[in-house]
Design a protein around this ligand. Structure first.
Ligand code: A2P
Length: 327
């Protein structure tokens, strides 16, 4: 399996198993299946509510001798309710305890959004803390401490715009090593990918297949479906593979890590097999034209009366302008 290399020599397998929306009851088998198939990278987060089951799967695989801890790459993410510096370590400790691990390979700030401690999903304006009150750098200091203590090998962020990264890079002691963002042919974010890769920040693509299993309240009518795109289908025909595999191969061709989610053993295997598909320049040019600037995870769920967390503020762009520009 190809890996992406960190400055200290750490290597992250380029394909990982996504676990957002993987239900407790299904995720344990999915992780075990994935490890049997050959996956070594599992992408987790406290807010997904399934780290305990994932921990059981990891422990069983290690006890069975299928894999060692050193061979695995486990990522988790700090939820928004633990952005105060003093809360960062206890949030990590909860994930470590649930995952039954004594260190993480990678820990990410999940969103540039701060919530009151104890808030999982915000429901009212008072659930939010303005970033002026708990700035990202305060949270980042907490992340740096975890790395210094050896509890996490690498630290990074998720859902960060170039602007937010520039601000963080200016004051950070430890550089963010990863930015995990939504990427697929309908949301290519080429400028952000170029910026990160130019700064030695590894990019991980989430929702690479378009996350059609999102909860209904996160979906819009008439959403485009990348797996049903005719150009993607033509390229799939050319290689005798599936549309999902083309989408994964596209992420690999951009040197981004990619974390397709599945709880189905056959699809988990299919997604892993995409590592053998190499798209050529002609394919990449065709796919480049598909960009719509379309976000499936548009962050509008953080926008509430009177708070500062609008999609425009989070992404540092007017998403509607981007969509129009692409049309
Ligand atoms: P399932 O878990 O039943 O396999 P994303 O990674 O963009 O969040 O997309 C996840 C969605 O894509 C889930 O609905 C998942 O369903 C589905 N999926 C995962 N792999 C494949 C595949 N190879 N072919 C078709 N659908 C897939």
């Amino acid at each position: 399996m190809r890996t992406l290399k960190f400055k200290d020599g750490g290597r992250m397998p380029i394909i990982g198993l996504g676990t957002w929306k993987s239900e407790p009851g299904k995720v344990k088998e999915a992780v075990k299946d994935a490890i049997e198939i050959g996956y070594r990278h599992i992408d987790c987060a406290a807010i997904y509510g399934n780290e305990t089951e994932i921990g059981e799967a990891l422990t069983e695989c290690m006890e069975a001798g299928t894999v060692t801890r050193e061979e695995l790459w486990i990522t988790s993410k700090l939820w928004n309710d633990s952005h105060r510096q003093e809360d960062v370590k206890s949030a990590l400790e909860k994930s470590l305890s649930d995952l039954n691990l004594d260190y993480l390979d990678l820990y990410l700030i999940h969103w540039p959004v701060a919530l009151e401690h104890g808030t999982a999903i915000p429901k009212k304006t008072e659930d939010f803390i303005p970033l002026e009150e708990v700035p990202i750098i305060e949270t980042w200091r907490g992340m740096e401490e975890l790395k210094a203590e050896g509890l996490v090998r690498h630290i990074g962020v998720s859902n960060f715009s170039e602007n937010k990264l520039v601000n963080l890079l200016a004051v950070a002691s430890e550089m963010p090593e990863v930015n995990q963002v939504e990427l697929h042919p309908y949301l290519q974010q080429q400028e952000l990918v170029n910026f990160c890769q130019g700064e030695n920040i590894i990019v991980t693509a989430y929702s690479p297949l378009g996350s059609q299993d999102r909860p209904d309240d996160m979906k819009k009518n008439d959403e485009p479906v990348p797996m049903e795109n005719t150009t993607i289908a033509e390229i799939a025909d050319k290689y005798g593979c599936t549309e999902a595999q083309v989408l994964i191969a596209w992420a690999l061709a951009r040197n981004t890590a990619v974390i397709p989610k599945s709880t189905n053993a056959a699809r988990i295997r299919e997604n892993y097999e995409a590592r053998n598909i190499e798209l050529d320049n002609e394919d990449m040019l065709k796919i480049r034209k598909l960009n719509k600037g379309y976000r499936f995870v548009d962050a509008s769920f953080f926008e509430m009366d009177g708070n500062s967390y609008t999609p425009e503020q989070i992404w540092d762009e007017d998403i509607y302008d981007v969509k129009e520009a692409a049309e």
